[in-house]
Design a protein around this ligand. Structure first.
Ligand SMILES: Nc1nc2c(ncn2[C@@H]2O[C@H](COP(=O)(O)OP(=O)(O)OP(=O)(O)O)[C@@H](O)[C@H]2O)c(=O)[nH]1
Ligand SMILES: [Zn+2]
Length: 196
């Protein structure tokens, strides 16, 4: 999880003013008691949900990069994430599963989850988020291969539009050793069967 932190943005006042206008344009009375602080709350919430723009995922991985000879698959699965689709700015959320095969260097396990958090805290499409997580790990650790699988539900498909509440979107991307079907199979088997 990205830690809770004070939202300190030079754009806060302007965002508040825009959200006040939006509330009025939606037909509400922005001055009624229950809504008085809402523009500020929404502005802070949106700044928090997009704080990944101000974080460097490469730096996060580099900050805990350790020389190690282990060269089998490392998997961090079931990484919960919430993101916002760039088309409707409505949430999509689910789980990311990440595997890599080290090539002299490993990284701190929590850092993989932090990379997912950083890319998900931006306006996204699921496909690009999947690719960005993969590229970041490949570029920073130079492993023998990386594979990322993301499973998500999109609120813009559930609450509005086509209104399909149960459809799940799966995306995957991979490099190097994961070009071999057997390696991808090993990863898929390991993320499907839990032992804990
Ligand atoms: N590929 C992809 N599409 C997404 C993602 N999130 C939302 N979308 C889709 O983005 C598309 C935008 O299509 P438009 O026709 O421009 O928007 P719309 O009229 O609101 O579409 P509907 O949702 O079908 O009502 C929709 O089909 C959404 O389902 C995502 O992460 N990846
Ligand atoms: Zn959408």
């Amino acid at each position: 999880m990205l830690e809770k932190e004070e939202i300190d943005s030079p754009n806060l006042e302007e965002l508040k003013s825009h959200y006040r206008s939006i509330i009025t344009l939606l037909g509400e009375d922005a001055e009624r008691e229950g809504l008085l602080k809402t523009p500020e709350r929404v502005a802070k919430a949106m700044l928090s949900l997009t704080k990944g723009y101000h974080m460097d995922p490469h730096e996060v991985l580099r900050s805990a990069k350790f020389k190690e000879e282990y060269s089998q698959m490392v998997i961090v699965k079931d990484i919960d994430f919430f993101s916002l689709c760039e088309h409707h700015m409505l949430p999509f959320y689910g789980k990311a599963h990440v595997a890599y095969i080290p090539n002299g260097y490993i990284t701190g396990l929590s850092k993989i989850a932090r990379v997912v958090d950083i890319f998900s805290h931006r306006l996204q499409v699921q496909e690009r988020m999947t690719l960005q997580i993969k590229e970041c790990i490949q570029e920073t650790l130079n492993p023998l291969g990386v594979m990322v699988v993301v499973e998500a539900k999109h609120m813009c498909m559930q609450m509005r539009g086509v209104e399909k509440q149960n459809s799940i979107t799966t995306t995957s991307d991979f490099t190097g050793a994961f070009n071999q079907a057997k390696t991808r199979e090993e990863f898929m088997n390991l993320i499907q069967h839990g032992y804990l």
